[in-house]
Each structure stands twice: as structure tokens, then as C-alpha cells.
Design a protein around this ligand. Structure first.
Ligand code: ATP
Ligand code: MG
Length: 558
């Protein structure tokens, strides 16, 4: 594509922001001819909604500018990483609808090159093997207000450093007894520049490189070099890496790697009200069995949101709406819910489900009548479905009262209500069990009211939903509420003290028979109840399990 086209390309995925402005300038000035970004997750957990923001930014920019985006696993810490995480990350990125350039990359693909660059730094007198203990090293580092002190090992000769680094590589040092450090400035106001460790010893098997290495490069050394090797133009990360940019540039400027060099830009991370966006904290919820795995529908993970019924389009729209800035902020949870609600309101077929069933008997009706109902109130193209109207029906307990004032526009003893997509019925009498609980509501129906008002001008205000009691599918409903009782659970010392005990309520009820064909990944609006989806793990045609995706209307926040 020509440069003009690149410059005029529309911001479809990513709304204009300070990063797109920088890119526009870089293209206009000829600094870059094309754009290459990357998404660099560490495979130490499942991706969460914060990562979705970063994915939509990196892949979205590549799409908007007809550029490329790599998927790169930042796998320098084998102890915490796992192939299960790698697989889940690939699945999540693909599910969001993005395509990475070529094969997924791994920082570990570059371990040989990284090692060579470390040798180059040693030869230039810019790196040394330190034998301070981790405690001493911390002590020597100084504080934000006090400069650090040089390590006694700092002035070793190049030859000595080369020999010692070789010994580190050959496993001749124990873990924690030696490390390779960049020789920068122990008095720098930036802690990251105080002779940062660039290689450490870990006798750990790596999921990609096996037992080949017992020294592993640190993130700051690896990330910039990986970006440069992959010819990344704009390396986008979150604000906590702002200071690290100095080290990013220092490393690249001091090694002989192809120019032009990539540049790092930082944006603010997504914080979402009432949730955690830290893999470490989410892992703890999984380990402590507070949730049922990483993809529990209450988790803010991409896999949890998928199982909950969120669509890729809704998450991409969310990322678009929140935008990209440098200001730290907390996004209200309702902003995320609004995105899925908008999507499902337009796209979800309607269906009826009774979650707290009570039986209705239509005494003046026999047999079964097949009624037809639209799948969507204003999208004819979504077709129609058949509903079985039978003598025995279920309605929701909450839709009936023996006595009520005019505000209660549902079924009341002696009064009428419309059954959605069917007839007007009148409650005649009830039957109760010994505890006083209503077991059956006996009704009559008006056969002249299918799709029209009573001919004598009687006004029937309310409409309630229903399901046949004899032609239906039993279903389990998993009704979710927020997982935490506070807006900022990440700030809590004891997360257990702020878990909402009612974050999951399970109900057994009925859905219309059509839902025997419910598909995973398809959202439904259960009329008057909410948006639901078939659970991908426990739900199937023989055992329908539906997850509440989102309520019909915005619910109260904290
Ligand atoms: P966590 O603290 O959850 O482990 P992380 O930053 O360590 O997050 P990585 O796997 O290193 O996780 O992140 C991959 C990319 O996603 C990085 O570029 C990171 O900056 C970005 N990212 C992580 N969390 C967020 C967030 N909350 N908002 C936006 N981007 C994020
Ligand atoms: Mg990280």
C-alpha cells in the first residue's frame, strides 16, 4: 500500500490518541515506511481484560495502518511459566479476531543472540560479573533518596568477566551467587540504571529450551533486543515501564544491532472497578479455589468473559471506547457491561425462560397449540420460532401476587395479564401446600386475545413471560453477581475478606424447547430476565446450563 494510503487510513480499531499521532508523524517524516508492533505477554497466567486493551491497541494499530503485529511470548522466567498459558494466550488473541504475523515468537528464540550481546557488553567494559549476595546487592543499590555504592566486583577486567560469565553459563556457580550486571551508574536518579542485573542463574528447565541454559536474561535486557531483532517500530507498554525506557535505549545503543532502533512508548494501564487486573492476584483466586478456574465466568480474564457470554466485538468496542491515554484512571464496570448489552440487544435472539417456576393451569384450555413468535422484536430477518401453548404452564413466582396495588403490572388474583407472544389469562384461584406456599395458580384464558386486545375494550396492562410445563427443556441458571464487595479489591490486604458470598446463585427452571439447540457462543435474551449463554463447560443438549451474561438494565454500582 502506498504511503498516501497509509496516512489516510482510518482509525477503525483504535481511536485517535497520542500514539497514533506519533505514528502519523513518523510516517509523514519518513522515519518509518511501515508500522510493526508486538504484543508481548509473559506466559505466567491467563490474559485478563487489561491485556485485551493492549491486544486491541497493538493489533488494532497494525490493522489500521496496514502494518504487522507479532505475538511474542516474553518467556525469561521458566519457573512461573507454563505451556498451558501459552495455549490459552494464543486462543484468546485469535478469539478476539486478531492475526499475528507469521509464527508466534518467543524471547527464548533469541537466547543465543542475547548471550552474544551480553559478551559484547562485557568486551566493551559495560558489563561485569558480580558476586555480591542478593541481600548485599539490595543494600548497595541505595534508595530513591540516597545513591548506591559500587560493588567491590565492579572493576574486574574484561578477561576475568568473560571467564566468570562462561562459568556462570556452564553451571559452575550456585543460584544467587553470581549475576551479570550492566555497568551504568550506581548514583543514577533512576533505580533501573543502577547497574541492573541482566543475567541470573536459575537451574530450571525451560518450556521451550529445556535444560540448555542455566542462566536466563532479565526482562529489561531481553525485551528491547527482541523488539530490535523483530524490527518492531513502536514498542507499546504500560506506564510502569517509563523509567525502564532509559535502560531499553541504553542496551540498544551499546550493542551492534541493526538500526533504526525501536522506540518504546507508554500508555496507562486499564484498571476496572471491582476487579483485579494482575495475573498474580488472579492466580491466587484460582489456587485458593475462590473461583472455579481461570475461566470462571466471574473472572475478568478473557476466557472468563468468553464463558460468561461476552463477544469479541463487545471487548473490542470496549477497548475502542476507553481509548488510550497517559492518565491513570479506573474505568467503571458498567462501561464494560454497556458494550456487551449493546451488542446483545441488537444481535441476541429472544427466548423465554422461567427461572423460579410456579405452575399455572389454564382450566378452559385442552391440548396444545403451536404459536409463532419473532426471534427479535425489530429484526425480522432473524426469523420466527414456534412456541407450545399448553394447559399447564410455568410463570415466574415473582410475577404473581394474591393482592397488589396498581403498580404491580403482572398477574394478580382475580385480574388479567398478557402472556408474551400468547393470550390474556385471568387468575381465578390458587392452591397452596401445608406451609402456605402457592403450588398452582388456576387461570382461564381469553381465546380472542392472540395478538390482539380484548374486543370489549378491557385494558390489560402487564405482559409476563412463560414456558409450557409439558413441552419445555429443564435448565440450570447460573446467576452471577460481582465477585468482590469493594470497588478496589486489589488494594485489600486480605482478599478473602471482600469476596461477595452471593457472587453465584444457581437456579433450576425451564426454557422453551427450541433452546435444546442452544449453541455455545450464541447469546440469548431471556425476556424480562437478562442476557444468557450456554455454559461452554457444563452445558449441553442433555443438560442445559445457562450463564447470566449481563442484566437487561444497568445495575447499581458500589
Ligand atoms: P500482570 O501484572 O497482570 O501480570 P503484566 O504486565 O505483567 O500484567 P504481561 O504478560 O507482561 O503482563 O503483559 C503483556 C502486555 O500487556 C504488556 O505490554 C503489558 O504492558 C500489557 N498489560 C498488562 N496489563 C495491562 C492493563 N491492565 N492494561 C493495559 N495493558 C496491560
Ligand atoms: Mg509482566
Amino acid at each position: 500500500m502506498s504511503k498516501e494510503n497509509i496516512l489516510t487510513s482510518e482509525h477503525n480499531d483504535v481511536r485517535e490518541n497520542f500514539i497514533t499521532h506519533i505514528i502519523d508523524e513518523d510516517l509523514a517524516s519518513g522515519k518509518h515506511q511501515s508500522i510493526h508492533t508486538r504484543f508481548p505477554p509473559e506466559p505466567n497466567g491467563y490474559l485478563h481484560i487489561g491485556h485485551a486493551k493492549s491486544i486491541c491497541l497493538n493489533f488494532g494499530i497494525a490493522e489500521d495502518y496496514n502494518g504487522l503485529c507479532n505475538l511474542r511470548f516474553d518467556d525469561t522466567n521458566p519457573v512461573k511459566e507454563d505451556v498451558e498459558y501459552i495455549d490459552s494466550i494464543k486462543q484468546d488473541v485469535e478469539w478476539l479476531g486478531f492475526k499475528w504475523e507469521g509464527q508466534p515468537h518467543y524471547a527464548s528464540d533469541y537466547f543465543d543472540q542475547l548471550y552474544t550481546y551480553a559478551i559484547e557488553l562485557i568486551k566493551k567494559g559495560l558489563a561485569y560479573v558480580d558476586e555480591l549476595s542478593p541481600e548485599k546487592m539490595r543494600e548497595y543499590r541505595g534508595t530513591l533518596t540516597e545513591p548506591g555504592k559500587n560493588s567491590p566486583y565492579r572493576d574486574r577486567s574484561v578477561e576475568e568477566n568473560l571467564a566468570l560469565f562462561e562459568k556462570m553459563k556452564n553451571g559452575e556457580f550456585a543460584e544467587g551467587t553470581a549475576s551479570l550486571r550492566a555497568k551504568i551508574d550506581m548514583a543514577s536518579p533512576f533505580m533501573v540504571m543502577r547497574d541492573p542485573v541482566i543475567y541470573r542463574i536459575k537451574f530450571a528447565s525451560h518450556h521451550q529450551t529445556g535444560d540448555k541454559w542455566c542462566i536466563y536474561p532479565m526482562y529489561d535486557f531481553t525485551h528491547c533486543i527482541s523488539d530490535a531483532i523483530e524490527r518492531i517500530t513502536h514498542s507499546l507498554c504500560t506506564l510502569e515501564f517509563q523509567d525502564n525506557r532509559r535502560l531499553y535505549d541504553w542496551v540498544l545503543e551499546n550493542i551492534s544491532i541493526e538500526r533504526p532502533l525501536p522506540h518504546q512508548y507508554e500508555f496507562s494501564r486499564l484498571n476496572l472497578e471491582g476487579t483485579l487486573t494482575s495475573k498474580r492476584k488472579l492466580l491466587k483466586l484460582v489456587e485458593d479455589k475462590i473461583v472455579d478456574g481461570w475461566d470462571d465466568p466471574r473472572m475478568p480474564t478473557i476466557s472468563g468473559l468468553r464463558r460468561r457470554g461476552y463477544t469479541p466485538a463487545s471487548l473490542r468496542e470496549f477497548a475502542r471506547r476507553i481509548g488510550v491515554t497517559k492518565q491513570d484512571n479506573v474505568v467503571e464496570y458498567s462501561a464494560l457491561e454497556a458494550c456487551i448489552r449493546d451488542d446483545l440487544n441488537t444481535n441476541a435472539p429472544r427466548a423465554m425462560a422461567v427461572i423460579n417456576p410456579v405452575k399455572v393451569v389454564i382450566e378452559n384450555f385442552e391440548g396444545e397449540e403451536i404459536l409463532s413468535a419473532p426471534n427479535h422484536p425489530n429484526r425480522e430477518e432473524l426469523g420466527r420460532r414456534e412456541l407450545a401453548f399448553t394447559r399447564e404452564l410455568y410463570i415466574d413466582e415473582a410475577d404473581f401476587r394474591e393482592e397488589a396495588n396498581k403498580q404491580f403490572k403482572r398477574l394478580v388474583l382475580g385480574k388479567e395479564v398478557r402472556l408474551r407472544n400468547a393470550y390474556v389469562i385471568k387468575a381465578e384461584r390458587v392452591e397452596k401446600d401445608t406451609s402456605g406456599k402457592i403450588t398452582t395458580i388456576f387461570c382461564s384464558y381469553d381465546p380472542e386475545t392472540l395478538g390482539k386486545n380484548p374486543s370489549d375494550g378491557r385494558k390489560v396492562k402487564g405482559v409476563i413471560h412463560w414456558v409450557s410445563a409439558t413441552n419445555n427443556k429443564p435448565a440450570e441458571f447460573r446467576i452471577y453477581d460481582r465477585l468482590f464487595t469493594v470497588p478496589n479489591p486489589g488494594a485489600e490486604e486480605d482478599i478473602n475478606s471482600v469476596i461477595n458470598p452471593n457472587s453465584l446463585t444457581i437456579k433450576q427452571g425451564f426454557v422453551e424447547s427450541n433452546l435444546a439447540n442452544a449453541q455455545v457462543g450464541q447469546g440469548y435474551q431471556f425476556e424480562r430476565e437478562g442476557y444468557y449463554c450456554l455454559d461452554s463447560k457444563d452445558g449441553n443438549a442433555d443438560h442445559l446450563v445457562f450463564n447470566l451474561t449481563v442484566s437487561l438494565k444497568e445495575s447499581v454500582a458500589f
